[in-house]
Design a protein around this ligand. Structure first.
Ligand code: FAD
Length: 690
């Protein structure tokens, strides 16, 4: 048989994988996100900025560098927290550093009275985060070369590591594990354990807290540090600008960068620069009243954005008005919300995470995750600023007692303003320096969505399929609502002229800063992914996409329909879809019928409705019922795709597939598992899970 391009790519990938294995990662090349390099240029490589970490340490008088490899901001946050704690508790001269902004060939010249931290997230299938790719390649390279030629090369280096991972992925915390191994091999001295946080089990924060205490103890011992009463020192100064108002043209009211402020926004659009995209149309996919699932078509025709079927789109949300008000109110900032402020870093290595001058309102609405889970450590830190002794004692208790914190805070998904409101019994917390929030609350993050359209069919319109997060939790009057999906819901309601106030909607500043998003616009950028159809459309495919996991599968199937319409030969296409009830949340039902008309017997939809029969039926059960056919298709080199829930479904599908292969081929399960593993590494088995 002839080899098509994808086969070649796959073969090349296997070869590379094999080479990487035998060379222990020496030649291992990780594809970089095309946007990552432009980010690097935007942030790191500015003229005159040194990439020499040793020089930087000396210049700034630092003895503790905290590097982070971060994708969604959590690792960066942890790095900042460690920096702060190191300084306030132990008097370390700390500095947070983005891995992407430095070179590492002089790591061997860092003297042994200093320490380097590596806070490293693992991304996707065991990959480094975009900003850690170069560092990872460097440090795990067998022939790594340093400037001094010491023996062992890193004999002087003291380091600390913590990894952020998710145990539902196969390569759990592989970044921190591999980097730790590499550093050990080079003779560096690790202080404390190599910590690992698990997002999959939902214990990241607790894992971090449990790891860091013994680590600090070990570090203090090694470096002869004296612990002292931690005193809060602000990292940022907030200067109120009397000469400016929110009407002043130089004041940012939520614009993400200077180009957006000046009205000259242009591409490249990326994680630092969103495109304010018109929403062409939006509609509801569910037919029940209490749950919502949105379909949105985003028009990118007036931008230079492009996408490929299977990519992700990032949506930049704004916080709901009610939560912004609550936050302002509990801090006593309501009156001052439109006061113009400049924010300056008091510490030369700290970065202000948003452009200024701006207003308190804009900072809170557009730049801070004010609705996110709160950290126990943050509450302990805020205790010092409580309005009375009772509130202080309660904050200290919440900060110290894991189970108490869980029961009072986590269980009800309380955000920071709600906690302060409850603990302070309605009093205002006017003593907290605003800097503490800039330091302690994550920067508002874009949310990713698997694009549900086909770029062949509609290259300039990106579809989103998103279920709205709206959960009734014990001990709360109002349901917990997700930030981005309720923002999208509000946009959809406005676009369709639905009556307000809607029963589930929240009020958002939908017209954006200076009404720049008026006419139903949403800020977005595109992230390219490896979740891709075979380049030869005649190859069979098996798609497992229950719930919103159907999003990229819709893109795939629409693409195959288009290919068929263009006269191409399209192979067998199976879609396993699951939801609660055929009458409630059966998304895109009509579209599957249309696909059937074009693709005929080559398309089959297999459904699993979990709440219709006496027993719950899920996609993995349906998969098992089709064991013989699935095995045959795999033997014909069918591509296997899984999208949706990482914690349960994706794992079970993986297990069921191994069972199918084992039973159908009469081989031991271990052997079948090996086959599935190989399918993964050769891209025959692809996952897009969250
Ligand atoms: P958020 O406000 O971010 O809340 C999300 C969750 O965080 C909550 O459910 C809760 O568990 C937790 N949480 C938030 N605040 C608190 C609190 N105060 N206390 C405790 N817990 C809290 N989703 C789709 O619907 N369709 C898709 O196609 C899709 N594709 C994706 C592709 C990728 C690659 C990824 C990474 C994710 C994808 N998602 C998709 C998920 C999506 O990105 C969002 O996570 C989801 O829409 C929820 O966003 P939100 O802002 O509404 O909720």
């Amino acid at each position: 048989a002839e080899l098509d391009t994808l086969d070649l790519v796959v073969l090349a990938a296997i070869l590379l994988g094999t080479v990487a294995y035998f060379t222990k990662g020496k030649l291992w090349g990780v594809t970089k996100d095309p946007y990552a390099s432009s980010l690097a240029n935007a942030s790191g490589a500015k003229a005159g900025k040194t990439r020499n970490i040793v020089e930087k340490m000396e210049e700034q008088g630092k003895n503790c560098i905290i590097f982070y490899g971060s994708q969604t901001g959590t690792a960066e946050d942890y790095a900042s927290r460690l920096a702060k704690e190191g300084k306030s508790r132990f008097g370390l001269e700390t500095m947070v550093a983005d891995l992407e902004e430095y070179d590492f060939d002089n790591l061997d010249t860092i003297p042994d009275d200093k320490v380097v931290f590596f806070v490293l997230a693992t991304y996707g299938e065991g990959e480094p985060t975009d900003n850690a790719v170069d560092f990872y390649e460097f440090i795990t390279n067998e022939d790594v070369n340093f400037t001094e030629g010491n023996e062992p090369a890193l004999g002087n280096l003291n380091y600390v590591t913590f990894g952020l991972g998710n145990n539902t992925y196969e390569h759990y915390n592989s970044m921190v594990r591999n980097v730790d191994k590499a550093l050990q091999k080079l003779g560096a001295h690790r202080i404390g354990d190599a910590g690992e946080g698990d997002d999959g089990a939902g214990t990241m924060e607790e894992d971090f807290l449990a790891w860091k205490e013994p680590m600090w103890k070990a570090l203090a011992e090694r470096m002869g540090l004296e612990e002292r009463e931690a005193v809060y020192e602000p990292v940022f100064s907030i200067i109120e600008r009397e000469g400016l108002t929110k009407e002043s043209p130089e004041v940012y009211l939520g614009e993400p960068n200077k180009m957006h402020l000046d009205g000259t926004a242009k591409g490249p659009f990326n994680a630092h620069n969103p495109y304010i995209a018109p929403i062409a149309q939006s509609y509801e996919l569910f037919s029940v009243k209490d749950r919502n699932c949105l379909h949105m078509d985003i028009d990118i025709s007036a931008s230079n954005l492009n996408y490929q079927t299977g990519d992700h789109i990032a949506v930049w949300p704004t916080n709901p008005g009610e939560e912004v008000d609550r936050f302002m109110n509990v801090l006593g900032l309501s009156e001052k919300r439109h006061t113009v402020v400049s924010v300056k870093a008091l510490e030369p290595t700290a970065k202000v995470p948003f452009p200024t001058p701006t207003t308190y309102d804009a900072i809170v609405r557009y730049h801070m995750e004010i609705c996110a889970p709160v950290s126990r450590q943050f509450l302990a830190q805020l205790a010092a600023f409580a309005p009375d002794a009772e509130a202080r004692a309660e904050m200290t208790k919440l900060g110290a007692e894991k189970d108490y914190f869980y029961e009072k805070i986590s269980l009800h998904h309380l955000n920071i303003a709600r906690v302060l409101d409850i603990v302070g019994k309605g009093q205002k917390w006017t003593n907290i320096p605003f800097s503490a929030f800039i330091e302690g609350i994550t920067k508002l993050q874009p949310r990713y969505y698997s694009i549900s359209s086909s770029s062949l069919e509609q290259p300039k319109t990106i579809s989103i399929t998103a279920v709205v997060e709206n959960t009734q939790l014990p001990g709360r009057d109002d349901p917990f609502r997700g930030v981005a999906t309720n923002y999208l819901l509000a946009l959809k309601q406005k676009q369709n002229g639905e009556p307000e106030p809607c029963p589930f909607g929240l009020s958002y500043e939908l017209t954006g800063p200076r009404n720049k998003y008026d006419g139903i616009h949403v800020p977005v950028h595109v992230r390219h992914s490896n979740f891709k159809l075979p380049s030869d459309p005649s190859k069979p495919i098996i798609c497992i996409g229950p719930g919103t996991g159907v999003a990229p599968m819709r893109g795939f199937i629409r693409e195959r329909v288009q290919q068929a319409k263009n006269g191409e030969k399209v192979g067998k296409t199976l879609l396993f879809f699951g939801c609660r009830k055929s009458t409630e949340d059966f998304m895109y039902k009509n579209e599957w019928e249309e696909a059937k008309e074009i693709l005929g017997d080559n398309f089959e939809l297999i459904t699993a409705f979990s709440r219709e029969g006496p027993k719950k039926v899920y996609v993995q059960h349906r998969l098992k019922e089709r064991a013989e056919e699935i095995n045959q298709l795999l033997e014909q080199k069918a591509y296997f795709y899984v999208c949706g829930d990482a914690a349960n479904m994706a794992r079970e599908v993986n297990t069921v597939l191994s069972q199918i292969i084992s039973e159908q081929r009469g081989i031991p399960e271990a052997k079948a598992e090996e086959i599935v593993k190989n399918m993964r590494s050769s891209n025959q088995y692809q996952e897009d899970v969250w």
